[in-house]
Write a protein of this length. Structure first.
Length: 247
């Protein structure tokens, strides 16, 4: 059985995070992940995770100001970026979260990004992975990482065992072509996988990517994050969950 993680940055956004965690459990998800949980005390999230038995797979660093999509690659913003990293790592420790996605930001500087990632890797406790993610240029023009190859170059330069790539099938499908071939090329560097319909980022039951065919091609034993935008109530978008769990 394939195991899916509900991304609560997009799913059940009509309720507080602890209630969204409970809803994910009721719907049959095996884990959860989130974007920016910081408005909710970590103790409340930890209690909901304990109650449901669901692990929290990942969370993001703070995104910065409107439209920035992160701080870690922005020259002159190093103090803010490192504070955001430290906050994310503290929240991850308090909730047992397995990974922190360090958001790079737009129009960044690679040397700055690498220095801040080194800070994150140095501060991450054992068992916590630091993730970076390439985001397609249609959705976020100017994002510092726009391809898996760029992310791989950053990882190779730093050569830290606790630094991995987030492989989002949606972003790859939008701009990089063959998802399965791209996955195989980067397999050893991947730390988490996400998906959504291509090209509209809706539920993974339509669009140009047939996930029932694709997922068996991916050599991935871990959780797969459902990071899609439901068109209406989340519960009404979950017909894919049972079908893809057994593909």
């Amino acid at each position: 059985m394939r195991r899916f993680s509900a991304n609560l940055g997009f799913l059940w956004t009509d309720r507080p995070l602890p209630e969204a965690i409970r809803a994910a459990k009721a719907a049959g998800f095996a884990a959860v992940e989130c974007h920016f949980p910081y408005a909710i005390p970590a103790a409340q999230v930890a209690a909901a995770l304990t109650e449901t038995g669901l692990p929290m797979v990942s969370l993001n660093t703070r995104p910065g100001g409107p439209g920035e999509f992160g701080l870690a690659a922005l020259r002159g913003r190093e103090a803010e970026a490192r504070a955001a990293i430290d906050d994310a790592l503290a929240y991850a420790a308090a909730t047992g979260t397995g990974a922190v996605h360090v958001m790079a930001g737009r129009h960044g500087d690679e040397a700055t990004f690498r220095a801040n990632l080194a800070h994150a890797c140095d501060r991450a406790p054992p068992g916590v992975t630091i993730l970076i993610e390439a985001i397609n240029a249609h959705d976020v023009p100017g994002y510092h990482l726009a391809s898996q190859a760029q992310a791989a170059e950053t990882l190779a330069a730093l050569n830290r065992p606790n630094l991995k790539q987030m492989f989002d099938c949606y972003h790859v499908g939008r701009t990089e072509g063959d998802i399965a071939a791209t996955f195989r090329a980067h397999r050893t560097r991947i730390g988490h996988v996400q998906f959504a319909a291509v090209p509209d980022r809706g539920p993974p039951d339509h669009g140009s990517v047939d996930y029932a065919s694709l997922l068996p091609q991916l050599d991935w034993p871990g959780f797969i994050g459902a990071e899609y935008r439901p068109n209406g109530a989340t519960e009404a978008s979950l017909d894919w969950l049972t079908r893809l769990s057994s593909c």
